[in-house]
Write a protein that binds this ligand. Structure first.
Ligand code: AQP
Length: 333
């Protein structure tokens, strides 16, 4: 089988970047010929400090977001990472396969740890080994992610290759990253060189999936741009990161190619394009945020869905962990 796995951290509210770069594409893949497994990765979230009450809320809200965006918890397996202990168990094995030097090259660690890396958690450093375990505990073949996760997926392939080589087996698949579409890297609305992120201190830098129509319109109106009109071809967006970002967002929301968007919008000033983009963003996002808010209110129902998802996930993960332990030489597995 072709099996898809991906996850999102409940480390705050969902952004338009998470939605276009990841969640919307999870929904697209659910409709295709794949077995789809999607996860709230709370063990990843705690690699930086999370207030327990907020983590609990963010996990349930994220689950509501998955469903509101179109993930069907019957068709896909939808669950919370910590409820499936096999992730952490396989991650330990991978901690012993991955090399310090590999981890030291990870740019996300460098970005997130900042200048004071000595004070970062050990978990933040080991993050990519846990991510490899998330994927490989299901023998997933395809992983849809945003551009920022490309390096971690290469590491996942390196870990699988080294494990297979060290133990002389052909056990873990070499996973394909799926980084496609117009919005694989949605940028900050305030700075076209920075990724749109949940943890950016400026709320104006991102569109949150919980923002109301007025807030979305206001953020787009205030988004940084250059003074020129939109070009009529994609190559005219080179060296115009803010312009490119807004066009990419439009294309991804409308399910159009960038070329097709520019065919219509080429020649327009931002004063004209921004309201059109706002209207589209509100039309696409409002139904999701309304449904997300409705579902979030019933924590009991969300927990039931997550319990059932975890049960189904463990049915896949447990035999793969058992086999891994046997390969490694653990007695009693
Ligand atoms: N700006 C983005 N553009 C496209 N894709 C994005 N993703 C995140 N930001 C963008 C994709 O969303 C998925 C889940 O990401 P995550 O929540 O696990 O962590 P992240 O990449 O660290 O996201 P944030 O929003 O930047 O969170 P913080 O601020 O907590 O670090 C991934 O597939 C990611 O590529």
């Amino acid at each position: 089988t072709q099996r898809v796995f991906s996850g999102i951290q409940p480390s705050g509210g969902l952004t338009l970047g998470n939605y276009l770069g990841a969640m919307k594409r999870f929904v697209d893949m659910q409709g295709q010929d794949y077995e789809t497994i999607y996860c709230m990765v709370d063990l990843h979230a705690i690699t930086v400090w999370q207030d327990p009450a907020k983590l609990r809320h963010a996990t349930r809200e994220l689950c509501a977001g998955f469903i509101a965006a179109g993930i069907d918890p019957e068709q896909s397996i939808l669950f919370n990472q910590s409820a499936v202990p096999e992730h952490a168990q396989l991650a330990w094995i991978f901690n012993c396969v991955a090399r310090m030097g590999w981890m030291q090259r990870m740019t996300q660690f460098k970005d997130k740890a900042g200048k004071n890396a000595q004070n970062a958690s050990l978990g933040l450093f080991a993050y990519p080994a846990l991510m490899a375990a998330d994927i490989l505990i299901y023998h997933a073949t395809h992983v849809p992610v945003g551009e920022d996760q490309k390096q971690h997926l290469e590491l996942t392939r390196d870990i699988a290759t080294k494990f297979n080589h060290d133990y002389g087996v052909d056990f873990f698949p070499i996973t394909e990253p799926v980084i496609e579409g117009a919005a694989t890297r949605v940028m900050s609305l305030r700075d076209g060189s920075k990724k749109m992120s949940k943890s950016d201190p400026s709320d104006a830098s991102r569109i949150n999936m919980t923002d109301d129509a007025d807030t979305i319109a206001k953020k787009i109106r205030k988004a940084k741009t250059d003074p020129d009109a939109l070009p009529s071809e994609a190559k005219g967006l080179e060296n115009r990161p803010e312009a490119r970002n807004l066009v990419n967002i439009y294309a991804a929301l409308a399910d159009m190619s960038v070329e097709a968007v520019l065919k219509d919008a080429g020649g327009k000033q931002f004063s004209e394009f921004k309201p059109i983009l706002s209207e589209l963003a509100v039309a696409k996002l409002a139904p999701i945020s309304t449904e997300m808010a409705r579902l979030t209110q019933d924590a009991g129902e969300i927990d039931k869905i997550l319990d059932r998802g975890a049960e189904r996930a463990r049915e896949v993960a447990a035999p793969i962990l058992k086999k891994t332990y046997e390969i490694v030489g653990m007695v009693g597995a």
